[in-house]
Design a binder for this molecule. Structure first.
Ligand code: C5P
Length: 224
């Protein structure tokens, strides 16, 4: 069954209040740069000590040696997932994969903030966004990453070609028609074959986050 990952895009105290409210569910907690910078590794350790998994979403992109060292640091911290950009290059991805022991490395393909106009401005003759995503997912698989971040619309394309985990953000309980290309519901993402479904604001801004988490977990479970 797909796992739900809650993006803790909150200041440290608020993030920990939220974690305490939902800790009885089988969740992955996503810690991004802002929470890590403000809360430091204590926040990560506290979440891990509650028996929850941590998805460290740092989207690393640097020279191979620096990224390899960051992977080793993530191993020491004991997180379960770490993100890096496949656009960082083959050597960066290869060295990252070689440096990991148990942390699952998840490659970011193209950010949704990059559109086709930007890709062609960069000089790519790589084709459409989907073709670029497939190309970059190919690097993730070839050099030993465990999965990729993608939209729900790309999950089937990726699953048909690679044995990668698919991590899908851009989830809304009710996807509006005009948003359909980029946004999907938890059930839709699951039916497409998503392995990890990432939700932030709809959970963290909800007046009752535990109830919202339960609702999403049920929607995922009944969409098998
Ligand atoms: O939009 P929402 O608040 O649900 O976003 C949840 C998380 O998904 C955010 O932490 C954001 O960094 C991440 N995200 C991502 N890639 C996207 C869209 C969102 O990693 N294309």
């Amino acid at each position: 069954m797909a796992k739900l990952c809650v993006a803790l895009d909150l200041p440290p105290d608020d993030a920990m209040d939220l974690v305490k409210k939902v800790r009885h569910f089988p969740l992955i907690m996503k810690v991004g740069p802002s929470l890590l910078i403000e809360g430091g590794k204590d926040v990560v350790r506290e979440i891990l000590s509650m028996g929850l998994e941590v998805f460290l979403d740092l989207k690393l992109h640097d020279i191979p040696n620096t990224v390899a060292r960051a992977v080793e640091s993530a191993e020491r911290l004991g997180v379960q997932y770490l993100t890096l950009h496949t656009l960082g290059g083959r050597e960066m991805v290869r060295r990252a994969a070689e440096s990991r022991e148990s942390v699952k490395l998840i490659g970011v393909t193209l950010l949704t903030s990059h559109d086709e106009e930007y890709i062609s401005f960069l000089g790519s003759k790589g084709g459409t966004i989907s073709q670029m995503v497939i190309k970059l997912a190919g690097i993730a698989e070839e050099f030993g990453l465990d999965g990729v971040v993608c939209s729900s619309k790309e999950v089937r394309l990726i699953k048909a070609r690679f044995s990668l985990l698919t991590v899908v953000p851009g989830i809304r309980l009710e996807a509006s028609r005009e948003d359909q290309v980029r946004v999907s519901t938890p059930g839709e993402a699951r039916r497409e074959g998503a392995d990890i479904i990432v939700m932030g604001r709809e959970i963290i801004r909800s007046p009752d986050p535990a109830k919202m988490v339960e609702k999403v977990i049920n929607e995922i479970a009944y969409s098998q």
